[in-house]
Design a protein around this ligand. Structure first.
Ligand SMILES: Nc1ncnc2c1ncn2[C@@H]1O[C@H](COP(=O)(O)OP(=O)(O)OP(=O)(O)O)[C@@H](O)[C@H]1O
Length: 250
C-alpha cells in the first residue's frame, strides 16, 4: 500500500524550475531515502508533502500529491491538519524554550487537549518511541536546552510523534550530530517504520544504505531513479546514479 503518491509534480521558485515532473509512489511503513547532489531538489520535494513550500513567496506547484489517498493541495485541505498528519524533523534540532515535558506536550495542548493523565501518558510513550525516555525521565521539568544536540534531536522526534502523524519527513536529521548520536537516530528510524512512513533526505550514502528500504536519486530537479535501496546501490540503471553513488560527482 502506498502512503505518498505524486503525479507529474513541477515546482517553480519564481522563474526557476526546481522540480521537473516528479511522479512516485512511496510505500507505507517503509523508509525512503532521497539522495542526490546539493541543489537537486530533494528538500524542495520533501517540503511539498506537508506544504511547507506554501510559506515561500512566489512558489508555483503543479501536478498532484496524494497522502494516504487524499489530495493535499485540494482547496478544502486545512494545512494545520495536514501538518499533524505529516510531521517534520529538521536538520538542526529546534526545541522550544520550554521544559522537556512541555516540548513533547506542546502539540497536544495546541490541539486543545487538557486531560493531564492523557498528556502524561502520551509524553511518556512518545519519549519512549524516540528512545529518549530513560535519559530524561528524572528531569522532565528541566529546560530542553540542557540536553545534548543528539538528545535534542530525539526530543524533536518525540514532539513530532506525540501528535500521532502517519508520515514523518526528516530533512538530514543527523547531519548536525556526532557519530554516536547519529547511530542512535538511525536505529530509531529503523524502529519507527513499524508505525510510520518515513522519508529522509540525506547526503550520507552509507546512512541511506543502512536505514532505507527504497531510495530515490534526484539530479537537477528530476527524479532519475527510484527503487529498492539495495538495487540502487548495487546495480543502478542510470549512468548518472552510478556516477553519484560511486562518488564521481556531488
Ligand atoms: N526559497 C527558495 N527560493 C528560490 N530558490 C530556492 C529556494 N529554495 C531552494 N531553491 C533552489 O531550488 C533548488 C533545489 O534546492 P533544494 O534545497 O531543494 O535542494 P537539495 O537537493 O535539498 O539541496 P541540499 O542537498 O544542498 O540541501 C536549488 O537550486 C536552490 O537554490
Amino acid at each position: 500500500m502506498n502512503s505518498i503518491e505524486t503525479k507529474d509534480v513541477h515546482l517553480y521558485y519564481g522563474d526557476f524550475h526546481a522540480l521537473k515532473g516528479i511522479s512516485t509512489a512511496l510505500k507505507k511503513n517503509q523508509v525512503t531515502a532521497f539522495i542526490g547532489p546539493s541543489g537537486c531538489g530533494k528538500s524542495t520535494y520533501l517540503r511539498c508533502f506537508n506544504r511547507m513550500n506554501d510559506l515561500i513567496d512566489n512558489v508555483k506547484i503543479t501536478g498532484e500529491i496524494l497522502i494516504d489517498e487524499v489530495d493535499i493541495y485540494q482547496k478544502n485541505i486545512r494545512v494545520d491538519d495536514l501538518r499533524k498528519h505529516v510531521g517534520m524533523v529538521f536538520q538542526k534540532p529546534n526545541p522550544f524554550p520550554k521544559s522537556i515535558f512541555e516540548n513533547v506536550a506542546y502539540g497536544l495542548r495546541v490541539d486543545g487537549i487538557s486531560d493531564k493523565a492523557f498528556i502524561e501518558e502520551r509524553v511518556e510513550r512518545s519519549l519512549k518511541q524516540a528512545a529518549l525516555w530513560e535519559e530524561v525521565k528524572d528531569k522532565l521539568k528541566k529546560s530542553a536546552f540542557e540536553l545534548s544536540g543528539g538528545q535534542q534531536q530525539r526530543l524533536c522526534i518525540a514532539r513530532t510523534l506525540a501528535i500521532e502523524p502517519s508520515v514523518v519527513l526528516m530533512d538530514e536529521p543527523a547531519s548536525a550530530l556526532d557519530p554516536i548520536s547519529t547511530a542512535k537516530i538511525e536505529e530509531l528510524i529503523y524502529e519507527l517504520k513499524k508505525d510510520y512512513t518515513i522519508v529522509i533526505v540525506t547526503h550520507n550514502m552509507q546512512q541511506a544504505g543502512r536505514v532505507s528500504d527504497h531510495t530515490a536519486f534526484f539530479y537537477l530537479g528530476e527524479l532519475i531513479e527510484y527503487g529498492k535501496t539495495k538495487t540502487i546501490f548495487t546495480s543502478p540503471k542510470d549512468q548518472r546514479t552510478q556516477n553519484y553513488i560511486t562518488g564521481r560527482f556531488g
